[in-house]
Design a protein around this ligand. Structure first.
Ligand SMILES: Nc1ncnc2c1ncn2[C@@H]1O[C@H](COP(=O)(O)OP(=O)(O)OP(=O)(O)O)[C@@H](O)[C@H]1O
Ligand code: SF4
Ligand SMILES: [Mg+2]
Length: 320
């Protein structure tokens, strides 16, 4: 059930990285609300700022990164919290499943050691209670032989099993919000489906980051589409599937492989490259790749506009 109360309200969030080549504008003035019980998808090509947006909220940017703006969660502004308070929140109330399961797990420690640490440190459990809880959670996320899995090392598990371990680890502290960053990218299609089904079965507010439109379809209520650090379209997933309004979203839809396609048929892609985030041009960032671009698109930046109930589009040509 989606409640009327926002769990998270993000307001004018920007992320910059200082580099020898200048400032990389990774995320630009992002606004959105996430309601309690909602599953929100964040979609966009590689490098568009999906991961950095959420790493910024959790205080996990690289040392050369800086975030500006506001992000209200549980009555506090995440971007103004001291590091220690943010760390507590990260352990107890917000959990993130990171993009690469192999680097998110310590290769030298057993799954049991890594899972029980979460429980002993954050929940103060003794070691045998922690092992019991950890095994129960592994069972809940669908790992066969949970007690034996506690004794295993990450490299002894398949990609899909490692992803389940990461989800178990995220759920151990009973978070109110789960952020999953590309949890299915490295997996084959069948296992992808199983992981999405697992996430879907959780009764918890979730954000799913992906560059795969197909993954969102049966999972999310609402979607944010990002391009070059900005949200270019947002709305109910069903509406966006039925009628994508931003030329970039339409291009992404055309790039979805169709079932009837033979394996040799080339996959449609959007021609051109995303812009260099260290050299922002004026106007619409998508203009160099947009079939519909007009002269004003190159000089005037389109701001997100409400186009229907709960839907926004940042394009000069979008009509209600
Ligand atoms: N420490 C850093 N220094 C400089 N630039 C960075 C740094 N970290 C990330 N970036 C840049 O920020 C931009 C956004 O990166 P981000 O990781 O959010 O992309 P993404 O949308 O998650 O892509 P992917 O789908 O490949 O994971 C990219 O252009 C990236 O190169
Ligand atoms: S603002 Fe112009 S360039 Fe940008 S997406 Fe719309 S039509 Fe294309
Ligand atoms: Mg990423």
């Amino acid at each position: 059930m989606i409640a009327e109360t926002p769990v998270l309200t993000v307001d004018a969030l920007s992320v910059d990285f200082a580099t020898p080549d200048g400032t990389v504008a990774a995320v630009r003035e992002v606004d959105f609300e996430l309601m309690s019980g909602e599953r929100l998808g964040v979609l966009g090509e590689s490098g568009c700022g999906k991961s950095q947006l959420f790493l910024a909220l959790l205080g996990l940017l690289a040392p050369n990164g800086r975030a500006r703006g506001h992000a209200r969660f549980a009555g506090q502004d995440l971007l103004a919290l001291p590091a220690a308070a943010l760390r507590r929140l990260r352990g107890n109330r917000i959990a993130m499943v990171f993009q690469d399961p192999m680097t998110a797990l310590n290769p030298y420690l057993t799954i049991g050691t890594q899972l029980t640490e979460v429980l002993t440190v954050h929940r103060g459990l003794g070691s045998s209670a922690a092992r019991q809880d950890a095994a129960a959670m592994l069972g809940r996320v669908g790992l066969p032989e949970p007690v034996r899995t506690l004794e295993r090392y990450p490299h002894e598990l398949s990609g899909g099993m490692r992803q389940r371990v990461l989800i178990a680890m995220a759920l151990l502290c009973d978070p109110e919000l789960l952020i999953a960053d590309e949890p299915t990218t490295a997996l084959d299609v069948t296992v992808q489906g199983q992981i999405v089904a697992l996430l879907r079965s959780l009764d918890i507010t979730q954000i799913l980051i992906t560059h795969d439109f197909g993954v969102l379809a049966g999972f999310c209520h609402r979607v944010l589409v990002m391009y070059a650090g900005r949200i270019v379209e947002s709305g109910a997933v069903r509406e966006i599937f039925r009628r994508p309004r931003h030329p970039y979203t339409r291009g992404l839809m055309r790039a979805i492989p169709h079932l009837e396609q033979t394996p040799r048929a080339p996959l449609a892609t959007i021609a051109g490259q995303p812009p260099d985030l260290a050299r922002a041009a004026p106007g619409c960032a998508f203009a160099p790749r947009c079939e519909l671009a007009e002269p004003r698109c190159r000089v005037e930046r389109p701001l997100p506009r409400a186009i229907a109930a709960g839907a926004t589009v940042a394009c000069h040509l979008a009509e209600p």
